[in-house]
Design a protein. Structure first.
Length: 298
């Protein structure tokens, strides 16, 4: 059975994917296919290009420390500083961020965005991947999901990572492409579309938790959207054979400085589920799937 891994979106939390891939490699588990959404497409593309998880953590640290990454100015959304003034400054920025989008297309500039993805993946093509790879995006002109299986990786990954309002959309002809997580944050179906029959999904979210009553219409809307997204995700996850959920609660989506901590969260989740992961690749599981499909046995 062709084994595939679906790497979900989640901003910086996606660094946990690196830990999952490290553990799988240490246990001799190599997927035939990988699908990525948003940050999952970044990790997935680099992993599939080199065919190994070796060095992924080092590459992540190098990219985050680069001037190209700093030029994206994602640090404006989050700080680890305990200094009250610094924290207030970031909270104030987030409050005025949405209003600023009335006057510009995105937070990060076009040239800086293009440069980071092209520096990261160069002129590599999907056909250069040593492991089958696919990623997705949403066309906000037609409302259709776009699944990339060919062409330049840099352009496909940019489209998959184009968080609305944060990164500029990727323009492909008449298409205006944004983050695949908007339509499908765990790319199970795109993974199956390229041949995966047994799917491990790595999910980076949890059921939302709130305290107290919402005081504004914005807060009510925010809570409603977060629960809607969570329940839609569960419907997608039902199509996977196994779901691994690294505990990344407490990490901000823009906390790209917590590389080691996030990678370790991914490692811990993978180790906890390693026997289950091995089982969905085994002969007995294949037989069970066949009987279940043809005779409705569960």
């Amino acid at each position: 059975m062709s084994f595939g891994i679906a790497l979900g979106g989640g901003g910086a939390k996606g660094l946990a994917h690196v830990g999952v891939l490290e553990v799988l490699e240490e246990h001799g588990i190599r997927p035939a296919y990988v699908a990525g959404t948003s940050i999952g497409s970044v990790v997935g593309a680099i992993y599939c290009l080199q065919g190994t998880a070796d060095g992924l953590r080092k590459k992540a640290k190098s990219m985050i420390a680069s001037e190209e990454f700093k030029n994206l100015e994602l640090d404006k959304f989050y700080t680890r500083e305990k200094n009250i003034f610094e924290r207030f400054k970031h909270e104030l920025f987030e409050k005025f961020y949405l209003g600023s989008l009335l006057f510009k297309r995105s937070h990060s500039k076009y040239d800086a965005t293009r440069k980071i993805f092209h520096d990261m993946l160069g002129k590599s093509d999907f056909k250069d991947c040593l492991i089958g790879f696919v990623c997705n995006a949403l066309d906000i002109q037609s409302g259709e999901e776009v699944v990339f299986t060919k062409g330049l990786l840099a352009e496909a990954v940019w489209a998959s990572c184009a968080i609305p309002g944060i990164f500029p959309p990727y323009v492909q002809g008449k298409r205006l492409l944004v983050d695949g997580g908007v339509i499908d944050s765990i790319p199970v179906e795109p993974l199956r579309s390229i041949g995966a029959r047994s799917v491990l999904a790595v999910y980076l979210s949890q059921r939302p938790k709130y305290q107290g009553d919402p005081n504004t219409g914005f807060q009510i809307n925010q809570r409603s959207y977060s629960f809607m997204k969570y329940h839609l995700d569960q419907r997608v996850l039902d199509r996977a054979d196994l779901v691994v959920m690294p505990d990344v609660r407490g990490f901000h989506w823009a906390d790209f400085n917590s590389v080691d901590e996030l990678v370790e969260r991914g490692r811990k989740a993978a180790l906890k589920n390693i026997e289950a992961i091995k089982s969905i690749k085994g002969f007995r599981y294949r037989v069970k799937r066949i009987f279940s499909k043809h005779f409705s046995i569960r």
